[in-house]
Ligand binder design. Structure first.
Ligand code: SF4
Length: 333
């Protein structure tokens, strides 16, 4: 992983860059390594240091983050970079307590950065570590109720020597050997003490409380195109879902949304809806499109083709645009 410093390099005195560790940990919250990798490379290429990121335009950072989801993370990323730049001279605090004071850094992320970047003996417990601990100790309490127990078991194993290497090793063990479906117990360095392997329960662990079914909400997105090819977009309020991101004007997302067109026009509904799943609900978005001549709306902003990048949109808004593209296939007047 591009943010890692391996044990051999560490032994030779190479220290991890706390900026890279922090950036990767924020990106990895709720997101897989595979999804994060390209975003990480792009951020590092564009903003190589925390001072560069702190000086970035908000819209540029939100645009680069588009598609990665959980957009509050991007807003907090910027806030955190600016606090580190303004209040800490561009240097991250080197212990968990100091890191916890920064925007967007919760207990898990603070422990991970303190451990990985600064080799502090903090207990780092992600989903991989929970699974390894549940199996190693044959814990049958279901998650999330088992979290305190699994954290205590992980804490008891955290060593004083090379805790950064240890934390990454246990996470990697969970990601590559003690995998959810078919753990490779035969090559596992913990196969001898592992109680789940002895008891034949590994495949059933960790247990999980049944998930509640997600409700479905409905919404309406309005995609207006002007004669010059510009599209009407708005920046969403900082607070709330997709906060601070570019998007199409639209209704609230509810059981029965009220129409909320941004202007009078000959709106027509597309036959297909944009479907998207958020953490707590499914969304079915009806997409309305209109050619609006030379209109000047009171809200939002028409972005000309030269500055509108669909990749700056969050995924659900991009799905709506993908549906509308065919409708706008014919060139404007
Ligand atoms: S022995 Fe098997 S179940 Fe136990 S920790 Fe290793 S891979 Fe996981």
């Amino acid at each position: 992983m591009p943010w890692r410093v391996g044990p051999h390099d560490r032994r030779d005195g190479v220290r991890p860059d706390p900026y890279r560790v922090w950036l990767s940990e924020v990106m990895l919250q709720q997101t897989t390594v595979a999804a994060v990798r390209d975003y990480f490379h792009r951020f590092i290429a564009r903003w190589p240091t925390v001072l560069d990121l702190a000086a970035a335009e908000d819209a540029d950072v939100m645009g680069e983050w588009a598609g990665l989801g959980y957009y509050a993370r991007a807003r907090n990323l910027l806030k955190c970079a600016r606090v580190v730049a303004d209040q800490h001279g561009g240097t991250f605090p080197d212990a968990r307590e100091g890191l916890l004071q920064l925007p967007g850094i919760g207990p898990y992320t603070a422990s991970a950065i303190a451990s990985i970047a600064f080799d502090r003996p903090e207990t780092v417990v992600d989903g991989n570590v929970e699974r390894v601990m549940a199996r190693l100790h044959d814990v049958h309490t279901p998650l999330p109720r088992a979290k305190p127990e699994l954290t205590a078991l992980a804490a008891a194993l955290t060593p004083q020597a090379r805790p950064g290497d240890y934390a990454q090793a246990v996470m990697d063990l969970g990601a590559t050997i003690c995998t959810p479906r078919s753990p490779a117990c035969g090559i596992c360095p913990w196969r001898d003490p592992c109680l789940a392997r002895t008891n034949g329960t590994a495949a059933d662990l960790p247990r999980k409380e049944p998930k509640k079914p997600k409700p479905t909400r409905h919404g309406i997105a309005y995609i207006a195109r002007r004669n010059d090819g510009a599209f009407l977009l708005e920046r969403r309020p900082d607070k709330g879902l997709l906060g601070g991101m570019l998007g199409w004007p639209g209704s609230d997302w509810t059981d029965t949304p009220d129409p909320a067109p941004p202007m009078q026009a000959d709106w027509r509904a597309l036959p297909a809806q944009a479907l998207h799943t958020f953490t707590h609900f499914h969304l079915r978005l009806t997409v309305m499109v209109a050619d609006v001549g030379h209109a000047n709306p009171q809200t939002g902003q028409f972005l000309p083709p030269a500055t509108f990048r669909p990749s700056d949109l969050p995924t659900v808004m991009r799905k709506a645009f993908d549906l509308a593209r065919a409708e706008f296939d014919t060139p404007p007047d």
